[in-house]
Ligand binder design. Structure first.
Ligand code: ACO
Length: 357
């Protein structure tokens, strides 16, 4: 019997930080509103493409696993904000890390990383692959309509990655569940320019259509249902879950989910205050932060769950291994950013504010 263990982890959060007070300089909002409704204090704005964020996260994950990019035999990159649609950006990361293998992007929105983790673990357990790199990377700030306060305050940029390796030691990814609720496709949707009249720049559609309260309800239902299902499938009681890493879309969603599942709040990891919702990147970034902070410990049973546009949902159960420190420290970094986050988004802010007049 073969098992799929997480042996490496890495993140990349761009340096420019946009605070709630920064947002309040050009839209009608406040630090108090954003913090109390979402738990978000600040988010990162990237000065580079999604594939560059993904590359740095991947390089740090490879260092943590103590392996070279050439040893990877599959790359799965989850993103809803790729900088090129053809070719996929998994191939950009592949070129940057020197891997010779299959490489593809998946779009399951914020659930994308768990979709990739599940798929990668199945391919390892089946004997098809031995070392799989799973990445979640997003630059949603590039697509935001900054005149829409109901969505613009929610998102941030970043990337995280893990290395999955085959092992004959029991543990690793114990099981996963995936679902999609197509009846709710329209409550969280954006054309990101794909629906525009190609010859009419006035019809540019970068608006994320969001029915926040409906997403809120369905997110809890979707993540809660799949979490219960994956626990049953793996024959593990919820009392035996040591640690929970939920998707970071809204702290109130996490609190409600954990409360309904009757899991003690201190078992849930929350870092949304620092990064906002980085979509497919929230869970791998949270894995890195939880390990750095000593909250994710050796041998723990970890439940992770997510929801995203689709509406997709996913849950995975992982038995963490013995190692909680990287074999080699993270050294990969982005090029320096010489401007502030407000300066980075200014052209887009000016464009959308003028458009909305
Ligand atoms: N600043 C100040 N006021 C605001 C802002 C803002 N940024 N945004 C909205 N408001 C106003 C609204 O206009 C409304 O005003 P009104 O009462 O005068 O009409 C009021 O605040 C309340 O708005 P609601 O939409 O009812 O606020 P709610 O408490 O539902 O919070 C939120 C909105 C944060 C979006 C919440 O519904 C939510 O988190 N939903 C689910 C999470 C989500 O969808 N995340 C993004 C999805 S991407 C993903 O992860 C898949």
């Amino acid at each position: 019997m073969q098992y799929a263990h997480i042996t490496g982890w890495g993140k990349c959060v761009p340096p420019a930080t946009l605070t709630n007070d920064d947002l309040a300089t050009f839209m009608e909002t406040s630090d108090e509103w954003i913090k109390t409704r979402t738990g978000i204090s600040e988010r990162r704005i990237s000065h580079v493409n999604t594939s560059e964020l993904a590359t740095v996260a991947a390089q740090n994950a490879l260092s943590a696993a103590g392996i070279d990019g050439s040893e990877i035999d599959l790359i799965i990159l989850a993103t809803a904000s790729a900088d090129t649609l053809i070719p996929n950006i998994a191939s950009t990361v592949q070129a940057n890390i020197g891997a010779t293998c299959g490489a593809f992007d998946i779009n399951a929105a914020c659930s994308g990383f768990l979709y990739g983790l599940g798929l990668g673990s199945s391919l390892i357990k089946s004997g098809q692959n031995k070392k799989v790199l799973v990445i979640g990377a997003e630059r949603l700030s590039f697509y935001l309509d900054w005149s829409r306060r109901e969505t613009a305050v929610l998102f941030g940029d970043g990337a995280g990655a893990v290395v999955l390796e085959v092992s004959d030691q029991p543990g690793g990814v114990l099981g996963y569940e995936l679902n999609n609720d197509p009846a709710a496709r329209d409550i969280l949707a954006s054309g990101f320019g794909t629906k525009m009249d190609r010859f009419d720049s006035a019809s540019l559609d970068f608006f994320i259509h969001l029915n926040g309260q409906e997403v809120f309800k369905r997110a809890i239902h979707g993540m809660g249902g799949l979490s219960t299902k994956v626990l049953e499938k793996c024959n593990i009681n919820k009392e035996d879950v040591d640690f929970v890493i939920p998707h970071q879309a809204n702290e109130r969603i996490i609190d409600t989910l954990i409360g309904r599942m009757k899991i003690p709040k201190e078992k849930a990891f929350v870092n949304i205050a620092k990064y906002g919702n980085t979509s497919a990147a929230t869970i791998p970034i949270a894995i890195c932060d939880a390990l750095e902070q000593g909250k994710l410990k050796a041998g723990q049973t970890v439940l992770s769950c997510a929801f995203g546009a689709g509406l997709t949902s996913a849950a995975a159960l992982v038995k963490w291994g013995e190692r909680t420190t990287p074999i080699n420290p993270p050294t990969a970094e982005l090029p320096p950013c010489e401007v502030t986050a407000l300066e980075l988004i200014k052209p887009a802010v000016d464009f959308f504010m003028n458009k909305s007049k």
